[in-house]
Design a protein around this ligand. Structure first.
Ligand code: PGA
Length: 244
């Protein structure tokens, strides 16, 4: 394990109603003083209620996206300052679903990250190749290119976490081999502007494969989608990370 902070981050995506806050409360009860950071990123509608539900516990709350501007005429968008005001400490940026569904470029991600840092948020910047890019042997080019272009200047380990999420492994139940994860994470470690930046792996992380993934060098944690929705599953992943 690299000399970076360990983090288990849950991305609820477009899932979760107020009733699901009991999962966040259960997680807080199960991990009163965890040996790693624990973050839940619910949909924006739940951020303030979740922040309230886990107040004074070890669980941190984050957003899934923000706008690059501080405020203004941007119907339906949410600024970084609004996320922070609602109780978020982190924000996921450049998730492949946003890059695909909203045509977000790495330049857009860098602009959003700048705004997030100005609002005092820690950014979780996502990078990852599609299956076609991997098959074409372009994985490292794509991932390192996204890294280079998605990080604003003055990105440090204190304000930035990187998540490597191969697009073909997200929500599919398919995970890369140990060697494939290791190759990308080693390359990321060599390319990040601050060697102490935490590097998360994401894409079909489950209780059954978490320990194996966390044993890989330069993997400091995970960004977890489906398995973060239930405290029991996410708790098992957190326990694996604590032990790594
Ligand atoms: P998954 O999603 O764990 O459901 O594959 C990961 C992610 O998209 O962050």
């Amino acid at each position: 394990m690299a000399n970076a902070c360990k983090l288990a981050a849950g991305n609820w995506k477009m899932n979760g109603l107020r009733a699901d806050l009991l999962e966040a409360r259960a997680l807080a009860r199960a991990f009163p003083s965890p040996d790693c950071g624990i973050l839940l990123c619910p949909p924006a509608t739940l951020i303030s209620a979740m922040a309230e539900a886990v107040r004074n516990t070890a669980i941190m709350v984050g957003g899934q996206d923000c706008h690059a501007r501080e405020n203004g005429a941007h119907t339906g968008d949410i600024s970084a300052q609004m996320l922070a005001d609602a109780g978020a400490r982190h924000v996921i940026l450049g998730h492949s679903e946003r890059r695909a569904d909203h045509a977000e470029s790495s330049g857009d991600v860098a602009a959003k990250a700048l705004a997030a840092h100005a609002a005092g948020l820690v950014t979780i910047i996502c990078v990852g190749e599609t299956e076609a890019e991997r098959d074409a042997g372009k994985t490292l080019d794509v991932v390192l290119g996204q890294l280079r272009n998605s990080l604003p200047e003055k990105s440090t380990a204190a304000n930035t976490v990187i998540a490597y999420e191969p697009v073909w492994a997200i929500g599919t139940g398919r995970t890369p081999t140990r060697e494939q994860i290791s190759e990308v994470h080693d390359a990321l470690r060599g390319a990040v502007p601050d060697a102490a930046m935490s590097l998360l792996y994401g894409g079909s992380v489950k209780p059954g494969n978490a320990a194996e993934i966390f044993a890989i060098g330069n993997v400091d944690g995970a960004l977890v989608g489906g398995a973060s929705l239930k405290a029991e599953d996410f708790g098992a992943i957190i326990t694996a990370l604590e032990a790594a």
